[in-house]
Design a protein around this ligand. Structure first.
Ligand code: PLP
Length: 405
């Protein structure tokens, strides 16, 4: 079969593959614990359901402007004003089918072949593939001090004449780290000065803990959106637990939004108007749902931290946001793909190998699920790896005996 070299080079999304594997095991009746999943368990906000149901019940569902319905764009402008202290013009907003599509549209819009995009490790798995699909070159920057927080020094060393953009994702998937205000202010200043696009993937921006406030990046620039190099990506997937609704957006200078809209118009046209109306319902409805989700996740973060702190040989940095952490399991196995497969086979726990995020030796664990899943998941991992843990365990109603340590 003849396939393009670009298409052949694109890797499958490891997280989506793991979801499918876990689902297959579940269908076979296995008691799988999913610590790989990147979505909260809550139901969609009632207002989102009501607004989208109202559109459906009119049975008149047609195309709308490619860059989004005026009323959703209005809600996004209000959201941006309330959360970022900036009022974008409607021409600065494009609504897409998920933050993922917003990022891809943007990369496709700004990159010439061989342009470089700096990606900070650990990074979200889709960035490198999206850069490659847009014919750019991902340049990975890993903190030289072995930590998880990026350092300006390492970034400046990696920037060259071909650097077109830097992607920053804080709160970060997969580490859960919230980057310091000092770092954010430095990178904003650097990009504005050097004319490098700074793509701020803010999809987790309100899921922060310990009374922290989400860092509004516009605080660090004096430029207006129109003249700024900052592009903010956001969406409803994580904050409202509406992953299946597939609505995200970008806030960018009008010139960029125009071209992104052309790109989108030739690929998908507008995002579904039903789902846009659900997003509008979420953004304009009662916001306590976000806070209650945040509190649940913060409690889950505390539980997983206390479970992991009692795990011999595992090092973990406390996450300040998201629903992920990225413990270092290298004292058990330096090969994270091997380790993740082993844990799925032996303990029926889904984890995501750190290698996929540019952090070999680590595993990404999600605490978006229930307290029972978190505690049982970690108990199973301990049983599989730690010789000091009891060597018998019940998984479902089966008693398993560890015979490999
Ligand atoms: C860092 C990051 N950005 C973007 C996305 C995609 O968001 P959406 O569901 O809006 O496409 C995800 C989803 O996992 C993510 O983790």
């Amino acid at each position: 079969m003849s396939l393009s070299f670009i298409a052949r080079s694109i890797a499958e999304s490891p997280t989506l593959r793991l979801n499918e594997e876990a689902e297959l095991l579940r269908q076979r009746g296995e008691s799988v614990i999913h610590l790989g999943i990147g979505e909260p368990k809550n139901k969609a906000p009632i207002n989102a359901i009501l607004t989208s149901a109202a559109i459906l019940s009119r049975a008149d569902v047609k195309y709308c402007p490619t860059d989004g319905t005026p009323s959703l764009k209005k809600a996004i402008i209000t959201y941006t004003e309330e959360n970022y202290g900036k009022v974008p013009d409607p021409d600065n907003v494009i609504v897409c089918s998920g933050a993922k599509q917003a990022i891809f549209n943007l990369l496709y819009t700004i990159l010439n072949p061989q342009d470089e995009v700096i990606i900070l490790a650990p990074y979200w798995v889709s960035y490198p593939e999206m850069v490659r699909m847009a014919l750019g070159v991902p340049v990975f920057v890993t903190p030289e001090d072995g930590g998880l927080h990026p350092r300006m020094k390492d970034i400046i060393e990696a920037v060259g004449s071909a650097t077109k953009a830097i992607i920053v994702n804080s709160p970060n998937n997969p580490s859960g780290l919230v980057y310091s205000d000092e770092f954010m202010s430095e990178i904003v200043e650097f990009c504005e000065k050097r004319g490098i696009y700074l793509i701020l993937d803010d999809i987790y921006h309100k899921l922060v803990f310990d009374s922290r406030r989400p860092t509004p990046c516009y605080e660090f620039t004096e430029k207006e959106i129109e003249d700024s190099r900052l592009i903010v990506i956001n969406g409803i997937s994580k904050l409202y637990g509406m992953t299946g609704f597939r609505i995200g957006w970008a806030i960018a200078p009008e010139k960029l939004v125009k071209v992104m809209t052309n790109v989108q118009s030739q690929v998908t046209s507008c995002p579904s108007v039903i789902l846009q109306s659900a997003a509008e319902g979420a953004l304009t409805g009662i916001q306590s749902i976000v806070e209650s989700l945040r509190l649940t996740i913060e409690n889950n973060r505390n539980i997983i931290m206390s479970e992991l702190s009692a795990f011999n040989g595992v090092k973990v940095t406390k996450p300040g946001g998201t629903f992920y952490c990225l413990p270092d399991f290298s004292s058990y196995n330096k090969n994270s793909v091997e380790l993740s497969e082993f844990l799925l086979r032996k303990a029926l726990v889904v984890t995501v190998p750190g290698k996929e995020f540019g952090m070999e030796g680590h595993l990404r664990l999600s605490y978006a699920g229930s307290v029972r899943e978190i505690t049982e998941g970690i108990t199973r991992i301990k049983w599989a790896l730690d010789p000091n843990s009891p060597n018998e365990i019940y998984i479902g109603n089966r008693k398993l005996v560890r015979d490999w340590l």
